[in-house]
Write a protein that binds this ligand. Sequence first.
Ligand code: PEP
Ligand code: MN
Length: 447
Amino acid sequence: MIVVMRPTATQEEVDAVRRTVEEHGLEAFISVGEERTVIGVVGSDLEIVAHLGTLAGVEQVIRISSPYKLASSEHQVERTRVRVNGVELGLGQELVVMAGPCAVESREQLMQTARAVKREGARVLRGGAFKPRTSPYAFQGLGLPALKLLHEAHDEYGLPVISEVVDPADVPAFEEHVDILQVGARNMANFVLLKAVGQSRRPVLLKRGLSATIEEWLLAAEYILSAGNPNVILCERGIRTFETATRNTLDLSAVPVLRSRTHLPIIVDPSHGTGHRALVAPMALAGAAVGADGLIIEVHPDPANARSDGDQSLGFEDFGALMDELRRLQFVRSADAEPTPAPVGTAVIGDVRDRIDELDARLAEMVQERASLALEVQRRRDAGAHGHDVRRERALLERAAAGSTGPMTPVELTMVFDALLRASRSVQRRHAQSVTEAEAAAAGSDR
Ligand code: PEP
Ligand code: MN
């Protein structure tokens, strides 16, 4: 740290700063310039920074190194990877999706959710047992029985489980039943709890406090690390701002900021970060795009009747659609890279798949033939006009919506035709563009 003295500072004031530094067991290097004196201090602690700033003759105190040591990437260059039951979080690893209900409500609700999120590709199951609710009258969670249900779900579905611990006295019970201990936003600065989870052998997911700066958050992580637990995962879950349209303001810039300051893995919680179901998928994708190592998402079998955070919980279908999108964008690998063999006694899946392959080949040809015809229409019109006819397109979509004889619903059938029409328009537009450019080039060479 550097202490910059005022130009008017006296020798006595400089000496007083040096004495204070030495009394704290630190070394002071005094450099007398033409205008002012600056004092370099080797070693630092937060208290002396604040104290030196109050001494007579001091203009400012500039900190050079971060106040957190163990969490800092200055201290540890290689990125931490947290491993839990075969799931690895951190640099070079696939995005880890944690999903499950805000609160465990019943065995049936938890098991149903575990089955659904596992099928869709989640790698960790979440579920609150002790809920730190804003109102004392709101559902507080089932407590210990919920931890036991999480344990059962782990054994049944093989997913590691995460749950929030609110009381240091509960740490042993959590260690017995869950794989990752969560410290919630409201407890980020509960230093007794941080020290207790710091002594645990389980990894800790540390959420950002409701109004915590990144530095305060990293200092909270430092409590856990300095108590001996190296496996800390940071979770951005939104902060309080003046904005009321969302429950919190999801600070996605925290992800790249943290990347440059810490080696710890970082995940994003778009559920608490937004508070609205419709915003969860877009912000989850944004979190993945900005480089998060994972996501934690609230999923419920019946969000409308959830006992907590229903408004921000995804139903199974929405969660599945989000996972599809994460796979499409290759943040998550396809679940069946290794095809699973058909169980003995069932019809051979391979035969059916062969027929699907044949059909796909025919469909690809037909789709190309359709695009060629669309192109022909465009060729017969002038390049400035659209080749497609909006009324015919609408009629086609209406026919698709009205008549559905197979397993596809009208909505699904409409999705297929909608995609087909978009692709055809794209072919036509490319052709029109090339004609326009050729005409412009010809006109240019005429001049
Ligand atoms: C939770 O994960 O259900 C929760 C209470 O989160 P937060 O601490 O981020 O509010
Ligand atoms: Mn919640």
